[in-house]
Write a protein that binds this ligand. Structure first.
Ligand SMILES: C[S@@+](CC[C@H](N)C(=O)[O-])C[C@H]1O[C@@H](n2cnc3c(N)ncnc32)[C@H](O)[C@@H]1O
Length: 274
């Protein structure tokens, strides 16, 4: 083992750090990101549908669904709900929660850049900046996959990542449930300007009823610039770009298109299947 890797491994051991994918930890993930209000989010989906959808919506798809508090709310309201994720741990957890709550939620394990559904949906969404696929080619194949799974006239809602690449970010928050405390730290730093690569580090410091563990996930990801994204949508050709607006994690403001606001941190994009 190279010296640097050896030192890091020693440091991790000493500090109780498990260097791994946090998406294998659905319970801790749900606590860490449990600050969202799924009722408000689904109310907002229904408002978007009323305003923009050309079709009646019976069936929803959550892409990169994780533990999907949203699908649980959607199923509770009587719609058909399907969650897609690449993590078997997340899907198993969602299935378990649906069963406990007496809800019907279908799941599919697939890569968001290459999937087909047996039955198309009428509305698709992706939350928490999860459209993070590594290259422009993969964004195009993601759009192809969504287009093949969404009925014509249906909407695709994207809760986007931060758009301002000019500032490095570091943010921490702590959430608690059932004796489990999770402190989350999110860090974002630009690494390679030419290739638009940034490093994202997410740390979960968990105190599970006295048992302490730290999970660290570090990834190099590709930043997709706003105009690049619009061009990719045009190139794909299967969606109409309806607009992008400011929002916070639960609500989005159709009276504040991004062209008119200064702070581009929280934003959403809405597409319609042609
Ligand atoms: C930031 S979490 C979002 C979870 C949930 N939608 C939310 O809003 O809290 C990202 C999710 O995307 C999943 N994921 C990551 N890469 C993926 C891929 N290529 N295809 C499908 N799912 C993926 C992860 O397993 C994880 O559950």
């Amino acid at each position: 083992m190279a010296l640097a890797a050896c030192m890091e491994s020693l440091f991790n051991k000493r500090n109780n750090i498990v260097d791994m994918n946090i998406y294998k930890q659905p319970v801790y993930y749900e606590i860490a990101f449990g600050f969202i209000d799924p009722k408000e989010q689904v109310d907002n989906f229904e408002n978007l549908i009323k305003k923009f959808s050309e079709i009646k919506v019976n069936r929803f798809l959550d892409i990169a669904c994780g533990p999907s508090l949203q699908l649980r709310e959607i199923a509770r309201r009587g719609y058909e709900a399907i969650g897609l994720d690449s993590s078997p741990q997340m899907l198993k957890y969602l299935e378990k929660k649906a069963k406990e709550e007496g809800l019907k939620i279908e799941t599919i394990r697939a890569d968001m850049t290459d999937f087909r559904l047996k039955k198309k949906v009428d509305f698709a969404f992706i939350m928490m900046g999860s459209l993070d696929v590594g290259s422009d080619e993969k964004i195009l194949s993601h759009l192809d996959s969504v287009a093949a799974s969404l009925n014509k006239g249906g909407l695709y809602f994207i809760q986007n990542k931060l758009l301002d690449w000019t500032k490095a970010e570091k943010e921490s928050w702590t959430m608690e449930r059932n004796g489990i405390t999770v402190k989350t730290t999110f860090e974002f730093r630009f690494k390679d300007i030419l290739d638009q690569i940034y490093t994202e580090k997410i740390t979960l410091e968990v105190d599970d009823n006295g048992k302490r563990r730290n999970f660290v996930q570090k990834e190099d990801l590709k930043f997709v610039f706003p105009q690049e994204f619009k061009t990719l949508i045009k190139l794909n050709g299967k969606f109409e770009f309806l607009g992008w607006w400011k929002g916070n994690c639960n609500t989005w403001h159709l009276d504040q298109p991004l062209e008119k606001v200064k702070n581009l941190d929280d934003n959403m994009v809405l597409l319609k299947r042609k």
